[in-house]
Each structure stands twice: as C-alpha cells, then as structure tokens.
Design a protein around this ligand. Structure first.
Ligand SMILES: Nc1ncnc2c1ncn2[C@@H]1O[C@H](COP(=O)(O)OP(=O)(O)O)[C@@H](O)[C@H]1O
Ligand SMILES: [Mg+2]
Length: 377
C-alpha cells in the first residue's frame, strides 16, 4: 500500500462526516462504480473520504486496488471483534481510505440476527465518533437485507443509481418504498439526495424511461447522466476507478460532473441548516489531480486484456438483459427498434400484408390454373 492514503485522517477535525449510502435493491446498476468514483472524485476535490464496502463481493475494495480479503474488515466491526479505526485501510489515493469487505460478510445476516438492535449496529459504530473525515460513502449490496438497512439507518443521505432498461428500472420502484420505510422509523432525518441515471445509452426507449422517471421524481433526479462506456469495464479490470484510469473518457467526465452536483446539493442542504460548508476545489482542479493520479498509478496496476474486457461487456449485458439466448436478444432488439421507430413498424406491417396478399393472389391463380388444367383433362 502506498503512502498516499495516509493523508489527513486524524482525530483533530471538528466536522462531522457527511454519510451517504449508495443504494438500489437491484444488482448490476452501477452502485459500486458510482461509490468508488464519487469517493475518488471527492478525494480529488481535497476532501477526506472513507469508503465503506458493505458488499461481500468486495468489488469496491478491489476497484481501489486494495486486497479483497485483508483479514479484517467491516464484518469484524459489526460483530464487535474490532474497532472501526483498526480496520480502516489507506488506498493509493491521497485522502481516500477504505473499510474493506471480507468474504465473511456473506454470513452477517445470521450473526446479526442474534444481536439486539441489529439494525442500528452501524449507527452505534459511527456514533462513537472515531472517523474524522469529510465524507463517508457506503457501497451497499443489492437486496434489502440487514446491511443496507444499517447503511440507511446511519446515513444522512442516500443516492439511488438507476439504469433505464425495461428490466433494471423496476429496482427503483422497489427501492423507494424501502427508503420510505427507513425514513418513517429508523432514520427520520434520512434525505433522498438524488436518483442518478447510470449506464445510459442513446436508445430512444432508454431516453423515454429516463423522461418518465424525471417527470415522476422531478428535481430528485440529478442533471448529470452517466453514459455507457467500455472505459468503465477496462478500468474495473485494471483495478482502478474510471476517473483515474481514463479521466477524460465520457463516463469519467460524467462521474466528475456528478461529484460536483453531489457537492452542490450537499452545500445547499448545509446552507439551509445554517452550517458553514467549504465546497472544495473547482472541477478543473479536481480533473488535474485525477490526471496526476492517472500518470502516477496507471503503470503500477494491471493492464486489462481484451478477453477480460469482452467478459466484462458480456457480463454487463447479462446483468442488464438477463440470461437470454442470441435469438431472444435479437427479438428483443427488434421489439426495441420498433418501439423506437413506429413508422418503420407501420412500413413493416404494410410490406408484410402486401407480400402476403401477393402470395395469396399467386396461390389462388395457381389453383385456378391447376383446376382448369384438370377440367381440360
Ligand atoms: N457507465 C458504465 N458503462 C459501462 N459499464 C459500466 C458502467 N457502469 C458500470 N458498468 C459495469 O457494469 C457492471 C455492474 O456495475 P457495478 O458498479 O458493479 O454495479 P452494482 O454494484 O450495482 O452491482 C460492472 O461490470 C461495471 O464495470
Ligand atoms: Mg456492487
């Protein structure tokens, strides 16, 4: 581990960390990508950040080039075997720290069910006030289990990433009631900071779903949308967030713009509450820092191979569209094409009816000819 992350995580700062959970009950919609890139962008803005990896898969731990099973992690804190401060690990990035996930986290449900007040374990951990930093970003696992409930109970704000495919969008509809459930009981102060469109493509169907969600949720949706970009998959294979792997790629630029929008919203909330808040450096300055990190770290991490990128792309397609065969995907593509282009659908139907009528006409005259031939005979 490089010395970078040692930064300024100390006990002297007065500011309470702003805790944000990145949550959607659905998997594969960019929660981890959003968490890691938000965390690294906030660090590039000069903020001190702790990322908490609450998913037993440890994807965000790996994305920050940290050993995915470092021995101790958030599991040990949950079960009282370690203090939070003992499991915080510096990353290769200045001012960015991580509380890693370990494989044992998969068994946490059972373990916590034995404890009293298990939904507030993380609240109590943070309340001890051991982390002095500007932001804590929590990467939640999919599904509404004890871990996301703990995250939502402990957070000031929640971000919901959403991918606008007809299959992934239902996650949002299941996620909003879960947040309401927490707001009504465990954490009345929890704010939905925003809904972020991720892995957006140019399909008109996608755009229509986005517009429908925007119409329904209004200003809760962030202006920035994160485009689908293979640079994200390359970055994940290289063990870096895309904002460091390729800071000028479309997805990285969008993630940085999102971090600025996130800070702006936090700033507005702080102003309303009468709290002084320093928004940090400008977007250009943050980009400059990210490019410095790219130069410094790109050569020290693994380069992704074509195979790994192809695997990543097909994994993403599976996540978004399910385990469909090629024919089913072709069919789905055709349906989407016709939904997007109704005129073509009309033209297709007219052409099909025309061809059918021609064939029918040819068939009838053939039958007539055959009959007259039989008659002659
Ligand atoms: N903007 C994007 N463009 C292309 N691929 C993306 C993008 N965002 C995420 N991915 C890929 O989608 C997959 C799922 O993303 P991930 O962040 O792990 O989702 P989750 O944490 O919600 O399961 C990963 O393979 C990731 O690399
Ligand atoms: Mg994840």
């Amino acid at each position: 581990m490089g010395p970078e992350g040692r930064g300024r995580l100390g006990r002297g700062m007065q500011m309470k960390p702003y805790i944000v959970a990145v949550f959607n009950q659905k998997g594969g919609i960019s929660k981890t990508t959003t968490s890691t890139n938000l965390a690294v962008c906030l660090a590039a803005c000069g903020k001190s950040v702790v990322l908490v990896d609450l998913d037993s898969q440890g994807d965000s731990t790996k994305s920050l080039n940290v050993d995915p099973d470092p021995g101790r992690g958030i599991y040990d804190v949950f079960v009282g075997a370690a203090e939070l401060a003992e499991v915080i690990v510096p990353t290769i990035f200045h001012n960015l720290f991580i509380v890693p996930s370990t494989y044992s986290l998969a068994g946490i449900e059972l373990k916590l069910s034995e404890l009293k007040d298990s939904q507030r374990t993380l609240v109590n951990v943070f309340r001890k006030g051991e982390i002095d930093c500007d932001y804590i970003v929590i990467d939640c696992p999919p599904a509404l289990g004890i871990l996301p409930i703990n995250a939502l109970a402990a957070a000031h704000a929640v971000i919901i990433p959403v991918t606008a495919t007809p299959y992934a969008n239902d996650g949002l509809m299941r996620t909003l009631p879960s947040i309401k459930y927490v707001q009504e009981g465990l954490n009345k102060a929890l704010v939905l900071q925003g809904v972020l469109f991720t892995i957006s493509d140019r399909h008109r169907t996608t755009q229509r779903i986005n517009e429908a969600v925007r119409a329904r949720l209004g200003p809760a949706v962030y202006h920035v949308e994160i485009p689908r970009d293979t640079a994200v998959i390359e970055a994940a294979s290289a063990g870096l967030p895309v904002c460091v792997y390729a800071p000028r790629s479309p997805a990285a630029a969008a993630h940085l713009a999102f971090a600025m929008e996130f800070i702006e919203r936090h700033c507005q909330a702080a102003a309303k509450a009468g709290i002084d808040f320093d928004p940090g450096v400008s977007r250009e300055q943050a980009l400059h820092v990210l490019m410095e990190w790219q130069e410094r770290h790109a050569r020290t991490v693994g380069r992704p191979t074509g195979d790994r990128i192809a695997q990543g792309t097909s994994r993403l397609d599976r996540l978004l569209y399910g385990d469909r065969t090629r024919m089913e995907r072709l069919h789905l593509g055709l349906v989407h094409f016709f939904i997007d282009n109704r005129l073509w659908l009309v033209a297709f139907l007219v052409a099909t009816v025309g061809v059918f009528a021609l064939l029918l006409g040819a068939g009838l005259s053939g039958v007539r000819k055959a009959l007259s031939f039989v008659d002659l005979g």
